[in-house]
Design a binder for this molecule. Structure first.
Ligand code: NDP
Length: 303
C-alpha cells in the first residue's frame, strides 16, 4: 500500500521562521532589559564535521542578534585546561549559553566536562541536572535535536498525543530524549537499538518513525507504515559523496505520509532550538520569561 502524496517536512523553512522569532524576541529582551544573549561554543581539536557545525551555529546565532564567541583549544588540550575554560564561562555573566562541541578528541572525558556546566547555561540540555529536568518534566533546557523534531511536527499541525512513536537509537543526544519528550506529550513510545529483535516489525507499527542510527539509508520503504510521519535524524556521507539520512528517502516517497529530507530537515531545526534555549537562558538571567517573549514574537509574525 502506498500513500499517494508524501509531503516534505521542510526543516529549513520552519527553522528560518523560528529564527525570525528568536531575532524579534532578542530585540524585545534588549529593549526591556538592555541584555544581549551570549553564546560561547567550545571547540577542541580540528574535526572537520565539528568545524562545519560550529560555523553554522555561529552564523545563525549572530544573525539572531547574539554575542557569539568560539573558544578553540588544540586536540592536545588537557582535561584541566578544558575544565578551566568551562569554569570561566560559568562565571561570566555575559555568557548565557555554553555549548561544548562533541565528540571531544580521544583521551578527554566528555562526561566530566558536561557535568561541570552550569545547568542554567547548558543549552544543549545534556548535563545531569538538565536530564533530570526533562525526565521529571520540570523547567530546564530540552535537548535541541529532539525538541526540533517535535517543534517541526507541531508547526505542521501533526499530532503526537495518542500516536505510537518508534525511535531507532537510544543515545542521550537523540533516542532517549525524544522518547521521553514524546511520552510527556502523551505518545506511546517504543525505543529500538542494535540488540532489538524484529526491528522492521516494530517500525511498521509506527505512526511516527524516528531514525537516529547513523547508517546510510538503513530504513527501507517496506519498514514504513503507509501514511506514517518519518523523522530522519541521521547524517551520513553516502557512497556518492553526498549527505544522506538513515532512511531510503527516495523509496519512502509514496509510502510515508510526511518525511524530513536530509539535508534540510532535522538539522536546521536543531540549530533553531539551540537559539531558542539560549534566548530563554538569557531572559532567565534577567528574571524575564523567554517563552513569553518568543510567543509574543510568534504572534507578531503570524498576525
Ligand atoms: P549514536 O551512535 O550515539 O547512537 C546510535 C544508535 O543507533 C545506538 O543506540 C545504536 O544502538 C543504534 N543502532 C546502531 N546500529 C543499529 C542497528 N543495526 N539497528 C538498530 N539500532 C542500531 O548516534 P547519535 O544518536 O548521536 O546520532 C545518530 C545519527 O543522528 C547520526 O547519524 C548523527 O550524525 C545524527 N545526528 C543528527 C543531528 C541533527 O541535527 N540532524 C543531531 C545529532 C545526531 P546501541 O545503543 O545498541 O549501540
Amino acid at each position: 500500500m502506498t500513500s499517494p502524496s508524501t509531503q516534505l517536512l521542510d526543516g529549513k523553512a520552519t527553522a528560518a521562521a523560528v529564527r525570525v522569532e528568536v531575532q524579534a524576541a532578542t530585540a524585545a529582551l534588549r529593549d526591556a532589559h538592555g541584555l544581549q544573549p551570549g553564546l560561547t561554543v567550545v571547540l577542541v581539536g580540528e574535526d572537520p564535521a565539528s568545524q562545519v557545525y560550529v560555523r553554522n551555529k555561529d552564523r545563525a546565532a549572530t544573525e539572531a542578534g547574539f554575542q557569539v564567541d568560539t573558544v578553540r583549544l588544540p586536540a592536545t588540550a588537557s582535561q584541566e585546561e578544558l575544565h578551566a575554560v568551562v569554569d570561566r564561562l560559568n562565571a561570566d555573566p555575559a555568557v548565557h549559553g555554553i555549548l561544548v562541541q562533541l565528540p571531544l578528541p580521544a583521551g578527554l572525558d566528555s562526561d566530566a566536562v558536561i557535568d561541570r556546566l552550569d545547568p542554567a547555561k547548558d543549552v544543549d540540555g545534556l548535563s545531569p541536572r538538565s536530564v533530570a529536568a526533562w525526565t521529571l518534566g520540570r523547567p530546564g533546557h530540552r535537548p535541541c535535536t529532539p525538541a526540533g523534531c517535535l517543534e517541526l511536527m507541531a508547526r505542521y499541525g501533526l499530532e503526537v498525543a495518542g500516536k505510537h512513536l518508534v525511535v531507532i537509537g537510544r543515545s542521550m543526544l537523540v533516542g532517549k530524549p525524544i522518547a521521553t519528550l514524546a511520552l510527556e506529550r502523551n505518545a506511546t513510545v517504543t525505543i529500538c537499538h542494535s540488540r532489538t529483535q524484529g526491528l522492521e516489525d516494530h517500525c511498521r507499527r509506527a505512526d511516527i518513525l524516528v531514525a537516529a542510527v547513523g547508517r546510510e539509508r538503513m530504513v527501507k520503504a517496506d519498514w514504513i507504515r503507509p501514511g506514517a510521519v518519518v523523522l530522519d535524524v541521521g547524517i551520513n556521507r553516502g557512497a556518492d559523496g553526498k549527505l544522506c539520512g538513515d532512511v531510503d528517502t527516495e523509496a519512502a516517497m509514496g509510502v510515508a505520509g510526511w518525511i524530513t529530507p536530509v539535508p534540510g530537515g532535522v538539522g536546521p531545526m536543531t540549530i533553531a532550538m539551540l537559539l531558542r534555549n539560549t534566548l530563554c537562558a538569557a531572559a532567565a538571567s534577567a528574571g524575564a520569561d523567554g517563552e513569553a517573549l518568543l510567543a509574543g514574537a510568534a504572534g507578531v509574525a503570524a498576525g
